[in-house]
Write a protein that binds this ligand. Structure first.
Ligand SMILES: [Fe+2]
Length: 135
């Protein structure tokens, strides 16, 4: 099963949607790498991507939520901070132990959780809120 961004996940601003699309692509690459037993090689690329990219993405997304006075900004900021926290832990594990099975499993768990719980639930609600503003 390929992991793909779908238009129903749009938050109503193309910059953020484009960032989410790239996020889905990277997640898909991780799952593909896993299927082909290459996850150990891919994990470093993924961790670097997540480190650089998600931090910028969170800043952009939070700025946008502020701009539209999004009521659930607080919950979003907390979720973003907790992701950054988990990522730091994962990076430390990787630096200490390399791309072992536990690091790969935790990376998978974190990515799946982000796609299904965060983007599909929390971020999608930003799009729903934007729609009410445009009415
Ligand atoms: Fe978010």
């Amino acid at each position: 099963m390929a992991v793909k961004w779908t238009p129903d996940l749009s938050v109503g601003v193309s910059q953020i949607d484009e960032q989410h699309k790239l996020w889905f692509e990277k997640a898909n690459e991780l799952f593909e790498a896993g299927k082909e037993q290459r996850a150990k090689d891919y994990i470093k690329t993924l961790l670097d991507f997540l480190d650089e990219y998600t931090k910028q993405h969170f800043r952009d997304e939070e700025a946008y939520m502020k701009e539209i006075r999004y009521p659930e900004l607080d919950a979003q900021t907390k979720a973003h901070a907790s992701f950054v926290n988990d990522l730091t832990k994962l990076k430390n594990d990787y630096n200490n132990a390399g791309g072992n099975i536990l690091v790969i499993l935790n990376a998978n768990k974190m990515v799946i959780n982000w796609l299904t719980n965060h983007i599909r639930n929390m971020d999608k609600k930003i799009g729903d809120y934007v729609k009410t503003l445009n009415k």
